[in-house]
Design a protein around this ligand. Structure first.
Ligand SMILES: Nc1nc2c(c(=O)[nH]1)N[C@H]1C(S)=C(S)[C@@H](COP(=O)(O)O)O[C@H]1N2
Ligand SMILES: [Mo]
Length: 386
């Protein structure tokens, strides 16, 4: 290879050329060489987010054909941790990619169907990916300006992003291939080198990913500077919704508290002391929040299937209802596989102590391999669904 091969070609039909749209000199480092290289890990991150996000959605809103196992207990913790880590790491990659191509985004397109399809898919892609990353980030920062809107919008927009990505890849494949064949090293005279931009991108993505990984990977916890829930909280476990926020303090502390267990017309009631007098089981299980943070704890309490045995449980899904009167997570439905699992508990204790009010005192559901939102706290009623 001669030295000239490393030089900038005089004319690149698919590059930004030597000048930006307003006639200003473009930074030579910009262009498809960087866009294509950053695009690969960005595409992988988007795919990881899509697959893990879809899983999380199906677990929470299961279609008939979908079955999520109870074991291994840590699987959801891993998939949802990956979802958030990949999403956060994608943010610097997206910024570098946009930086590499943005003068082209403002060029007036030629009116050919292919060019219009390309431009349309890029507009959709950029818009939907920015939307996904921004709403996801705001969500893991525990800031919910929209409540109901986020999960549906984030879910629907995922299909838009994936479709636009597929079109974008198909249309751009020739450009991507030539760009990847071209060297990243720009001549020293041309200011910032592509190599420097790319290295900055990789480092930024790694730092962002690591900084949020600490909220789910125990030995990285000390690095979790971007993680809003990384270990604080009573009894060593974070809390999303406190007993005060849920408005359950009085009912949870009421000495007349009774847990109602019902199957058809058979109903039984248990006070907390009665639950504690039943055979107790211990299990090490994580709380794995959809927001990506997770934490393991040693839980103990009554096996759900034993408790249900007292009302003649014969199989099927079970519905849990909280003392909480309103709030989107006051109920959950547990599929039969999880009901049958030996480590699905109506927990009374966490890490050797009675549950803190914020962790669901007098008792809460804790089941293996489930999103945190479905681990209902402050249980009032457990009902077998017909
Ligand atoms: N009744 C009720 N249970 C709930 C919630 C809630 O808002 N209300 N939040 C859920 C969510 S989102 C998570 S992540 C876990 C957190 O449990 P922890 O606070 O004990 O860590 O509780 C779940 N159980
Ligand atoms: Mo959660």
């Amino acid at each position: 290879m001669s030295a000239q091969d490393h030089g900038e070609p005089a004319h690149r039909p698919d590059g930004p050329g030597g000048h930006g749209p307003a006639g200003a000199p473009a930074t030579p480092a910009r262009g498809p060489e960087i866009a294509a290289r950053v695009g690969m890990p960005l595409g992988v991150a988007i795919l990881v987010c899509f697959v893990t996000g879809l899983l999380s959605h199906w677990i929470q809103h299961p279609p008939d054909w979908f079955h999520w196992p109870a074991h291994p207990v840590w699987l959801y913790r891993v998939t949802q941790g990956l979802h958030v880590i990949a999403g956060v790491a994608a943010i610097p990659l997206l910024l570098v990619k946009l930086w590499a191509v943005y003068p082209r985004l403002f060029q007036r397109p030629r009116l050919s169907p292919l060019v219009l399809a390309e431009r349309g898919s890029i507009a959709l892609l950029v818009g939907s990916v920015i939307f996904q990353l921004a709403t996801g980030l705001v969500n893991i920062a525990q800031f919910y300006p929209w409540k109901f809107f986020f999960p549906q919008a984030h879910y629907a927009m995922a299909y838009v992003a994936l479709g636009a990505l597929a079109v974008h890849l198909a249309v751009k494949l020739p450009v991507i291939r030539t760009a990847l064949d071209r060297p990243v090293n720009t001549p020293p005279s041309s200011g910032i080198s592509r190599r420097a931009v790319l290295n900055a991108g990789w480092i930024a993505a790694a730092v962002a990913g690591l900084a949020v990984a600490g909220q789910s990977v125990p030995f990285l916890r000390w690095l979790a500077v971007l993680a809003p829930r990384s270990g604080e909280g009573p009894q060593g476990v974070p809390v999303n919704r406190t007993a005060v926020a849920a408005g359950v303090v009085d009912r949870a502390r009421d000495p007349g508290y009774r847990l109602i267990v019902a199957a058809g017309d058979r109903t039984r009631e248990f006070g907390r002391a009665e639950l504690a007098a039943l055979p107790q089981t211990s299990a090490r299980l994580p709380i794995a929040c959809v927001e990506g943070w997770s934490a393991s704890a040693q839980w103990s309490g009554v096996r759900l299937r034993d408790l249900l045995g007292s009302v003649g449980y014969r199989g099927g899904a079970v519905r849990f209802e909280s003392l909480e009167e309103s709030g989107i997570y006051r109920t959950s439905i547990l599929p039969a596989v999880h009901v049958a699992a030996a480590d699905t508990l109506v927990a009374l204790m966490i890490n050797g102590q009675p549950l803190d009010l914020d962790h669901g005192y007098p008792c809460r559901l804790i089941a293996p391999n489930r999103p945190g939102v479905l681990q209902t706290k402050w249980l009032a009623r457990i009902e077998v669904l017909a």
